[in-house]
Design a protein around this ligand. Structure first.
Ligand SMILES: Cc1ncc(COP(=O)(O)O)c(C=O)c1O
Length: 394
């Protein structure tokens, strides 16, 4: 008798590529030129932090001295930058991994966490891999004010589902919205009251595009249990180094236990690599200057996008973007987002992401990476405008 093996339902049984990825691979195989305005891998955008190879070549990295929280010299350097004690910090290989640790720390299988929608789809997968339910909470857009969390709904859902954590992406990807001061007050209060934690993902925090001082970190928030995540992946555009950190804060009574439990999880993986941890003290001093230069590139790209799409009476709109690496273009709904993106790729040779990948409420949104080199960005955005205008005049 033969038995078929049943895999875990953590991985969905539909393993096919989406149509856009399929088309992009086909065009690549055919040698067709594509202007990739969906590129969010900084190492393919000509972005290079200074002194990386030198920082990695340290003899200390030839020795293995495991510490579940991460090497102390790295945590000390980070603590100086974040103005916190090394004991408040844990190092991991990536923020994605840190999410996994936090879901293990806070949730049993079947428990719920709340994640923003529209949002980056990664968090649903990360939660699913831990057997955790990721329930969406809505962000609504009002022009020109921007995005805001439907806070009453969020707090009602959190209480009803006995959620273990609220994930705040500060600023959110792809909406580019920071958590507002009034939203923060209500969320922190609810978390303290209902026994929920905040997971604040701040990988894009320094990349502000508006000058309104909206970027306030959750690092050190003490009224409820709070985990603030960041890493080299965005701060210095070094995702390949695989080094991220999480900072714990909150009421004394909870902190010691959270920290001891997290240490057990981190000890099971010991995943941050010695070369990256040893390099951190000499890499961090370059971070602010590096962020500034990338911010300039993004501002230039955003200005080009607005210049190309937002003339008087334009049928398009570039949504308000306070920070992060992504712009959102709203277009007339002549077709589904997916068909628009497929048409743009096939006929205009421009790759952008359709809004549905980020669970926008309805069609009519395309997301565009702001970190691509400005010359490529301008050519791609102009080709997009030409193609979309052509569709509108049909
Ligand atoms: C908001 C956000 N957080 C985390 C990540 C993943 O970062 P890491 O490379 O540290 O896993 C991404 C990836 O783009 C992201 O958009």
């Amino acid at each position: 008798m033969s038995h078929s093996l049943r895999f875990s339902t953590r991985i969905s049984s539909t393993l096919t590529e989406n149509r856009l990825t399929e088309l992009a691979s086909r065009l690549k195989n055919e040698g067709r030129m594509v202007l990739n305005l969906a590129e969010s891998n900084p190492t393919r955008c000509g972005l290079q932090a200074p002194g990386v190879l030198e920082a990695l070549a340290l003899p200390e990295s030839l020795v293995y001295t495991p510490d579940p929280r991460g090497l102390i010299r790295a945590r000390k350097a980070l603590g100086e930058r974040l103005l916190c004690k090394p004991e408040e910090l844990f190092l991991a290989a990536s923020t994605s991994e840190a999410y996994g640790w936090l879901f293990k720390l806070l949730c049993d299988p079947g428990d719920a966490v709340l994640v923003p929608k529209p949002g980056y789809p990664l968090f649903d997968y990360l939660a699913g891999l831990e057997g955790v339910r990721a329930l969406p909470y809505a962000l609504d857009y009002r022009h020109p004010r921007g995005w805001a969390i439907d806070i009453d709904r969020l707090l009602l859902d959190a209480a009803r589902e006995k959620a273990k954590a609220i994930v705040l992406i500060n600023p959110n990807n792809p909406t580019g919205s920071y958590i507002r001061a009034d939203e923060r007050v209500r969320i922190v209060e609810a978390c303290a009251c209902l026994g929920m934690a905040i997971i604040a993902d701040e990988v894009f925090l320094p990349y502000a595009l508006e000058d309104d001082g909206a970027q306030r970190s959750f690092g050190g928030e003490s009224a409820c249990l709070c985990f603030t995540l960041d890493g080299l992946s965005k701060l210095l555009c070094l995702p390949q180094l695989k080094l991220a950190w999480l900072r714990l804060s909150g009421p004394e009574a909870l902190l010691a236990e959270a920290s001891a439990r997290l240490e057990i999880i981190a000890d099971a993986y010991l995943s941050a690599g010695a070369p990256a941890m040893n390099a951190l003290p000499s890499l961090l001093p370059a971070a602010d200057g590096f962020v500034l230069s990338l911010q300039k590139r993004m501002q230039e790209n955003m200005a080009a996008l607005r210049g190309l799409f937002e003339e008087e009476g334009s049928p398009y709109r570039v949504l308000r973007c306070e920070g992060g690496w992504t712009a959102v273009l709203e277009c007339p709904r002549v077709d589904s987002d997916e068909e628009l993106a497929l048409g743009l790729l096939l006929h205009a040779g421009v790759l952008v992401h359709p809004g549905y990948l980020f669970e926008f409420e309805r069609d009519g949104y395309l997301t565009i990476s702001l970190i691509v080199p400005p010359e490529q960005f301008r050519r791609g955005a102009a080709a997009m405008r030409g193609y979309l205008d052509g569709l509108l005049s049909l």
